[in-house]
Design a protein around this ligand. Structure first.
Ligand code: CAA
Ligand code: FAD
Length: 388
């Protein structure tokens, strides 16, 4: 049927996952998306169900409570969830981003304390890299971590734009142990949220993705024991960059899901709406838009699956993940824009979800590295491989 793409190329496990995620999204996500957006309601029940389906911890090993699947499965799950409700897919994406870093770099003790409780959707986590003064320039983090006399680090500063942070039980905070070391001073700290000195100072009012929280966190002498440093002191920037390579597969899949939803809505509408005595779908100018949308959705999906497949085969995917994220996010904004155009006035009302797709799509070009940053990453990879 329309929209279930490239089925033949997928393994049986992936096909079953795709079908169950699609059914779940049709029945339990899409019907609630506009109300959750309008009322800024956190989708608690939906997140709990994602947990049951293994989608909150897709690549985490089963012995820690994860689904034990691969990045291909992650890309499939994210796309289908985002096609139903992109806001719900942020909760899933950030939690998986966090868990990926903990699985990769955590000690056994850290995994028991900071991974296991976050695998089932019962608790969710945040990932605090950005700051009010440093978003794209993540290596310039100015939140500080100083060792105190009793051997714990004291964190001070402000982290900005932190998804999930209102509902989260804990997460990862990046801060510098020595600003003069630039990115080599950045260190990753695991923490519970309910600790002294850690507070939400502002909840952002956003254009889209309104069912999820994005908040500023203030750190005022937040004590974190050395045992909660993830990886080695000073290795935080590398941890961030490596985990974002995987995170960008997720955002690429999320953007593909939004684009797919926009394509389906536009196509259905064009087959029902009559203008000048014939269906819109018979007008070649409309067909051109649909062809361009379909082409971009499929190339976005292919780039996303390629990045996932390479990751699953042990390759470094910095360039491929940046390409997928860049192309898919620009595809999402393109398709949501064209969807509104094909729907005409109806596209501009809240009676249909085209305007929601448009508002949700926009941020995929901003977070986990803006489109400009993805182009810098791609150019650096291409130029380095040419000069090497
Ligand atoms: N993997 C491993 N190491 C990497 C790496 C990668 N992908 N990218 C860079 N590095 C290493 C480099 O090899 C270098 O190592 P050495 O110190 O050993 O030489 C070091 O990191 C510094 O590299 P650069 O000089 O290239 O770093 P830079 O300061 O110029 O920054 C950047 C590079 C790509 C612009 C980076 O700052 C970046 O990705 N910025 C965007 C930040 C971002 O994506 N934030 C997302 C926040 S989370 C979020 O938004 C969540 C959500 O969506 C919901
Ligand atoms: P800036 O870095 O100030 O950039 C402003 C503009 O300048 C952009 O167009 C940018 O592309 C451009 N620019 C900057 N540097 C260059 C350059 N060198 N060359 C060319 N152009 C450049 N962060 C987290 O850590 N955790 C989260 O959970 C999280 N969730 C988010 C959720 C939402 C809804 C939003 C909006 C953001 C979230 N972020 C999160 C932050 C996000 O990652 C940053 O907003 C993003 O990295 C851009 O940083 P900035 O907003 O500071 O923009």
């Amino acid at each position: 049927s329309r929209g279930i793409a490239c089925l033949a190329a997928l393994s049986e496990t992936h096909q079953i996952l795709q079908k169950s995620c699609r059914d779940f999204a049709n029945v339990e996500l899409a019907p609630h998306a506009r109300r959750h957006d309008r009322e800024e309601l956190y989708p608690a029940e939906q997140v709990r169900r994602l947990g049951e389906m293994g989608l909150m911890s897709v690549v985490i090993q089963e012995e820690y409570g994860g689904a034990g699947l691969d990045y291909q499965a992650y890309a499939i799950g994210m796309e289908e969830v985002a096609r139903g409700d992109a806001a719900v897919s942020i909760v899933m994406g950030v939690n998986n981003l966090y868990l990926g870093a903990v699985q990769q770099h955590g000690t056994e003790q850290q995994k028991q304390q900071f991974l296991v409780p976050y695998t089932q959707g019962e608790h969710i986590a945040f990932y605090a890299l950005s700051e009010p003064g440093n978003g794209s320039d993540a290596g310039a983090a100015s939140s500080t971590a100083k060792l105190s006399d009793d051997g714990a680090y004291l964190l001070n500063g402000t982290k900005a734009w932190i998804s999930n942070s209102k509902e989260a039980s804990g997460g990862l905070i990046f801060a510098t142990i020595d600003k003069s070391l630039k990115h080599k001073g950045i260190t990753a700290f695991l923490t519970d949220k309910n600790v002294s000195g850690l507070a939400i100072s502002k909840k952002e009012s956003k254009m889209g993705m309104r069912a999820t929280s994005t908040c500023q966190l203030t750190l005022d002498d937040v004590a974190v024991p050395q045992s909660q440093v993830l990886g080695a002191p000073g290795s935080g920037f590398k941890i961030a960059m490596e985990s974002l390579d995987c995170g960008r597969i997720g955002i690429a899949a999320q953007a593909t899901g939004i684009a797919q939803a926009a394509l389906e809505l536009a196509t259905d509408y064009s087959e029902k709406r009559v203008a000048f005595g014939q269906r819109l779908s018979r007008l070649q100018m409309i067909q051109q838009k649909i062809a361009d949308m379909a082409l971009r959705v499929e190339t976005a999906r292919l780039l996303t699956w390629r990045a996932a497949w390479l990751k699953d085969n042990g390759m470094v995917i910095t360039k491929e993940a940046a390409m997928a994220k860049l192309h898919a996010s620009e595809t999402a904004t393109f398709c949501a824009h064209q969807c509104i155009q094909i729907l005409g006035g109806m596209g501009y009302t809240t009676d249909l979800p085209a305007e929601l797709y448009y508002r949700n799509a926009r941020v995929t070009e901003i977070y986990e590295g803006t489109s400009e940053i993805q182009r810098i990453v791609i150019a650096n990879c291409v130029l380095n491989s040419i000069s090497n």
